[in-house]
Every structure is written in C-alpha cells, then in structure tokens.
Design a binder for this molecule. Sequence first.
Ligand code: BG6
Length: 479
Amino acid sequence: MNRLPKDFLWGGAVAAHQIEGAYRSGGKGLSTADVMTAGDVDTKRKITAGIKEGEYYPNHEASNFYHRYKEDIQLLKELGLKAFRTSINWARIFPKGDEQEPNEEGLQFYDDLFDELLKQGIEPVITLSHFEIPYHLHTEYGGFKNRKLIDFFVHYAQTVMTRYKNKVKYWMTFNEINNQMDSFDELHTWTNSAVRFGEEDNKEEVTIQASVNELIASAKAVKIGKEINPDFQIGCMMAYVPVYPLSAHPHDQLAAVKMMERRFFYSDVHVRGELPAYALARWKKQGYKIVYTEEDLNALKQGTVDYIGFSYYMSHAVTTLPDVGGEAVRDYPGAKDTANPYLTANDWGWQIDPTGLRYTLNIVYQRYNKPLFIVENGMGAYDKIDSDGKICDDYRVDYLKAHIKAMTLAVNEDGVDLMGYTPWGVIDIVSFGSGEMEKRYGFVYVDKDNQGKGSLKRIRKESFGWYQQVIKQNGLGDE
Ligand code: BG6
C-alpha cells in the first residue's frame, strides 16, 4: 500500500530565475526577478527601479544552471528523476516582451536543455511564467493590470509551445497565480503580475483586474496549446495553503470558507471556465469595476485546464475568537490568521503539516474531480557541511517522508488521481521569498552563501540517497 501507480512522475522542481543565473546571456532581457535584492528571514527583499549599483541581486547568477545544466542533469539522472519541473524565462524568448520576433538564442537554449533532459530519460514539466515577466512590460505597460499583456503572453505561449511541441508534453501557465490575493504588498503583486499601482488605485481591485487578465491569458494559451498538440497536458498552478478553522465556532468555520475563496477563485476559473458567484457578489459589494468582455468569458470556457498542479508547504488557521491573537484578515468580520497550536514550524515560521497535504488532496479532488500534480513541496532549512564533508539533512528526510506518506494514503485509500510529485528546489537555488541562497531545499547542495560567495560546487546531501531509494521502489516501501 506504500507504492504509487506505475507511471507516477517522481521528480524535482525549480524555476528559471531561481536557478539559471546568466541574467544577461544569450540576448536575454531584464526580467522582473532581476531587480529584486537579497533579503533574509527578517529583512524584506527590495524591488529597485532598474539595476542599482552597490545592490546585490542574487538571481543574476543564482546557481548558474545556465552554464552547468549538463552536469546538473547528470545528478538528476543519478537521483532517478522521471520528471523535472522548471520554467521558461520569458525574457530569454522575448527580451522586452512586446516584440513580434523571438530571440533565437533564447529558444535554442531551451531546445538544448530539453534535449538533454529527454536524452537522460527525464520528462520536462514546464511553467510558462514562474514569478517573472520581462521588466519592460512593467515599466512600459504597468504589468498585468494592462490587458495588452494578455496578447503578449499568448504570443509568447504560442511561440514556445510550437517550438517545443515534440519535446514538452506537460505545461503549466502561471505559477502560484493565487499568491497575489494574499496580500497586496510589493513582493506578492510584483512576482505574480508586476503591477505598477497608481496613487488612486484600490490595490485589491487592481490585483483582481490583473488576475482576471492572467486567467484570460491562461485560458487562451490552453486553447492554442491543445491546437498545437492535442496530446499536451496543460495545467494551472496553485499555492494551496489550506486554512483550518481554529475552533468549531460557526464563525470560525465560515471564516475559513471565506479565506479559502482567495485560493479557490483561481482554480475555479481555471477548471470550471467561469467566474464564480462568490467573486461576482464580492466585487459588487465592494463596488469594484472589473473589466472583461463577452469574448473573454467565452475564452475562459474554452480554455479549461487538464490538471491542477499545486504547491504545498504548510497550512494556516483562522479564528474569530476574541481571546486568541493573530493578524487580522479581510475575508470575514473579526477574523485573524493565527498559529495552529497542534503544529510546529520551520525557521521561517512555516507550520509543518503533512496531514494537511492529504486534506488538501482530498478537498481539491472532491471539488474538481480532475488529476492533481504536486509540483512543489519541501522544507527550507539551513544546511551545514560536517567536518567529514557530509551534509546530514535528516530533518529534510523526516519532512518529505511524512508528506509522501500522506500523499500515498490520499492515492491508495482516498482514491485521489495524482500524476506525480516534484519536491521543490531539488538542487539548491535562490529563495523566492527572502532571496537567500542559504534557505535550502535541495538534495544537492550548491556551495554559495547569502552574500554570493562560494565555488558553486555541487555536493550530494544525505537526503539524495534516501530520495533515490524512494524513487527506485516507487514509494516508501515498508517504512
Ligand atoms: C513557492 C514558489 O512559493 O515556494 C517558489 O513557487 C518558491 O518559487 C517556493 O521558491 C519556496 O519559497 P521560498 O520563499 O522559501 O523560496
């Protein structure tokens, strides 16, 4: 019962801007990730207006995968991966984002990368926009609040889907598209939509508009993709952080339902092809004027996804109880996002909850009855090299083992249709949230610190052998 189906896609995941580096090579334009400085657990990353001298931008070199991918893919092969999730950096293909003609050098890079993966028997799983767009689309158009970006994105999607139609079967449109609805701080709206807010803007309203534009762009890309190759499997990508009611109080129950709408809004549109009633009601109540046409609504209907890719790291809890502390949330009167007393957390305060993964697989599968794909999961941690050169990351093994156990139960006991599992940051990469190199997820250590110093040498961690074994036996075995 600890085994997964025979064709299960065991893999690993990364994203272009967090691993590739070479931010100006091969004709690449600046991307929105290239203007984000490093932060740490207590310091937010800054987003600067262009590249500023004297600032450190960790994504510029990242793990230098652009120049080392062959060596890295050898390691992935040794690990036994059947699938490797990465993204295409839009600014390599269209350096400014609004050109008609793509940059051939950028296209060739991904041709070579996908060829190398396929040669080693590893299936590429490709996200079209993983937290970055060409920087020019921000400065010139204001990001995704501008509906011109729908056409730019669709042109980009069509270009790469045509080029790689015989190399890539599994696609996803926008990474963690729902993150922007969690808070309208710079980081979240920036990474999803690169929106430039005006002084008068209501940030929630503008973020919803950007989201609707992205959902339309995604649906159009899905439709075109299926025309290019009917065998494509094209999914959405959600961050499913489940929200539990802290107590059985009816207000806590309803607060959790309302908070979950922030996530479900996106997958409801992606999967069902229409704007959900709860969203329309909320926009009306708030007086938001979200712009879309009949043709857009049609496009949403025609571009529903084949599967739901999602990341899972942690769960949240919400309460309305007056004697419990927490950060106020806008979803329900008196509701606060609060710590769950039954869980522990990692060094960045992310609450660890393997059962929450099974819970998520259940609620999402029951809601949509579509195949699911866990395309990110893992635990960020500070790893140390011992005096004998080993990296004993047993905490990582414990985390992953518990989550694999939970997902196995969801498949074998709850009947969930799960396509695969690609744990995050399989090789160490730059953290999206903090910009740290030392917030590590990987099975392969990359010798580089938060200041950008190090040889970039790759070292197998103890977890490498463990995951290799899991893949070999197609599950946890009898543990
Ligand atoms: C997801 C993103 O939010 O979580 C990744 O899709 C990100 O890009 C990952 O790296 C982990 O977050 P962080 O902040 O620890 O890098």
